[in-house]
Structures are given as structure tokens and as C-alpha cells.
Design a protein around this ligand. Structure first.
Ligand SMILES: CC(C)(COP(=O)(O)OP(=O)(O)OC[C@H]1O[C@@H](n2cnc3c(N)ncnc32)[C@H](O)[C@@H]1OP(=O)(O)O)[C@@H](O)C(=O)NCCC(=O)NCCS
Length: 149
């Protein structure tokens, strides 16, 4: 069954926070941080809903349209991985981003996410040395929609 991709509802908050703790054991956002994300006007949170929340993506969408959108987070439950759910979430997120530049940061060792992003046309534009808490580098990637996208 392919999950439905839809905007997150306030009632999704506990499920998203719980999934985040599983997907980012060293770097999970707190319940308070998630409540802030859900409440902000400049955030778009989409969830993959299979009866339960099995994935999510968070965008920072500045109101000034010339400013780039930041893809802050995307994750899929371990049991649901490699079935195309992240691809579904990315497609829906990029529809929100139509016509705008999108930036993201990804840990240099995160091959799964790097391959996902590259598959959607993101290209590496820089590297931030020692960006993450453990000292790992971040790769900064950018996607600029082309006229024929
Ligand atoms: C990265 C992540 C979101 C991918 O989710 P997913 O639903 O398994 O991805 P999909 O099944 O939609 O795969 C789409 C593409 O991503 C890439 N990909 C996904 N998992 C991969 C893996 N383990 N190794 C290599 N490439 C991978 C592939 O290019 C894949 O296309 P393909 O299946 O045609 O080869 C998931 O592994 C995850 O939640 N990881 C933990 C959280 C995280 O690191 N998030 C990104 C940083 S914010």
C-alpha cells in the first residue's frame, strides 16, 4: 500500500516526534521543538500516512519568494524504507517548492539521503567542516528548478 502524503495535523505531533526519535537517535528534536515546528507560519510539515505516520518532511518556506526554501528534515520509519516513501515525500515537498531554489544540509556519510537528494537533482555546492556535533562534515546541496521540470 502506498501511503497518502498530506499536511501534518496537530494530532500527528506525538507520532512525528516519536518517529523522529527512532530515525535520529543522536539528534532527535524534542517534543517542544516539534511543537514549535508545527506552529510556525514559515514551516510546511508533510506526513506519509499509512493508517499510522510512517514518514515526514519539514520545509522552511520564507514568505519572501526570492529566498531559498530549506529542506530541514526527512525521514521514513525503518520498516518502511526502500519502498519509495521518501521519494513520494520529496515529490510532494518539491511541489510546494515549485519555481524556488531549495537548499539542504546532509551528513557527508549519509549515503541513503545523499542518493535520494541527487536523484531529485540536488547538487553539492559546499561542505561545512565539522558541522555536526560529532565533528562530521555537512554537505550543502542545492536544487534550482529548471523551466522543463
Ligand atoms: C534517507 C531516507 C529518508 C530514505 O527513505 P526511503 O523511503 O528508504 O527512500 P526511498 O525508498 O524513497 O528511496 C529513494 C531513493 O533514495 C536512495 N536511497 C534510499 N535508501 C538508500 C540506501 N539505504 N542506500 C542508498 N541509496 C538509498 C536511492 O537512490 C533510492 O532510489 P532507488 O530505490 O531507486 O535506488 C531514510 O533512509 C531515512 O529515514 N533515514 C534516516 C533519516 C535521515 O537520514 N534523513 C535524511 C537527513 S535529514
Amino acid at each position: 500500500m502506498r501511503p497518502a502524503i498530506r499536511p501534518a495535523l496537530p494530532t500527528d505531533l506525538p507520532a512525528v516526534a516519536a518517529l523522529d526519535a527512532v530515525c535520529f537517535p543522536a539528534d532527535a528534536w524534542s517534543a517542544t521543538a516539534w511543537a514549535d515546528e508545527f506552529g510556525r507560519d514559515d514551516r510546511v510539515v508533510l506526513v506519509a500516512d499509512e493508517g499510522a505516520v510512517v514518514g515526514y518532511v519539514v520545509l522552511l518556506v520564507p514568505s519572501f519568494a526570492a529566498d531559498p526554501i530549506d529542506l530541514l528534515r526527512i525521514a521514513v520509519s525503518p520498516a518502511g524504507r526502500r519502498t519509495g516513501i521518501a521519494r513520494q515525500l520529496m515529490s510532494a515537498a518539491l511541489a510546494v517548492c515549485a519555481g524556488r531554489e531549495v537548499l539542504l544540509e546532509v551528513a557527508a556519510s549519509n549515503e541513503a539521503a545523499g542518493a535520494l537528494y541527487a536523484g531529485f537533482g540536488f547538487e553539492q555546492i559546499s561542505r561545512r567542516r565539522g558541522y555536526y556535533a560529532g565533528g562530521e562534515d555537512a554537505v550543502v546541496m542545492r536544487r534550482q528548478e529548471k523551466d522543463d521540470d
